[in-house]
Design a protein around this ligand. Structure first.
Ligand code: SF4
Length: 165
């Protein structure tokens, strides 16, 4: 059976990032998977009702798993606490993945929602630190394997391996 994959909408060129710019990362395999209807394209922050454009937000004093346990907050650069919106975004991403039977996710790194290798460090200074955003952390906790866009080759290998079994 073909493995389905939840994909950050902004990775496929949809203009949904906070600053309205796209992050074009379409590669041949992604295009083929899209034609095969394996990709579930989703933006958790849009699904949670956040507007475009929106102020940049960072996880303060923790990571996405901490936010989901109410042990860290997410603030916009204007100081507004948007933790609840981002927690909702994470639950909606999990729900979208589970409803579509996704076993993996390909998410945009660096985001407080979709980041899986790095997130910004909460000081709004452009500095990153290792860590996961809220949706990536929740998906992993529920057995959905998360890859960043830099890990596309690893995702392709992971999918091939499982489809051989
Ligand atoms: Fe992209 Fe995820 Fe941010 Fe949506 S929430 S714009 S999909 S990184």
């Amino acid at each position: 059976q073909q493995i389905r994959i939840l994909v950050s909408a902004c990775l496929l060129g949809f203009k949904v990032r906070y600053n309205g710019r796209e992050k074009a990362a379409i590669q041949d395999t992604l295009q083929r998977w899209q034609q095969e209807n394996r990709l579930v394209i989703h933006c958790p922050e849009l699904a949670a009702g956040l507007p475009v454009p929106r102020p940049p937000a960072e996880i303060v004093a923790g990571d996405g798993a901490d936010v989901m346990r109410d042990r860290a907050r997410i603030l916009e650069d204007n100081g507004q606490d948007v933790t609840a919106h981002y927690q909702l975004a994470a639950w909606l991403a999990l729900s979208a993945a589970q409803q579509a039977g996704c076993r993996a996710a390909l998410l945009t790194d660096g985001s407080p929602t979709c980041g899986s290798q790095h997130i910004y460090n909460g000081t709004f200074s452009g500095m990153q630190k290792p860590g996961m955003g809220v949706a990536a952390a929740l998906l992993e906790q529920h057995g959905i394997r998360v890859f960043s866009e830099q890990q596309l080759p690893a995702l392709i290998a992971w999918v091939k391996e499982r489809e051989k079994q």
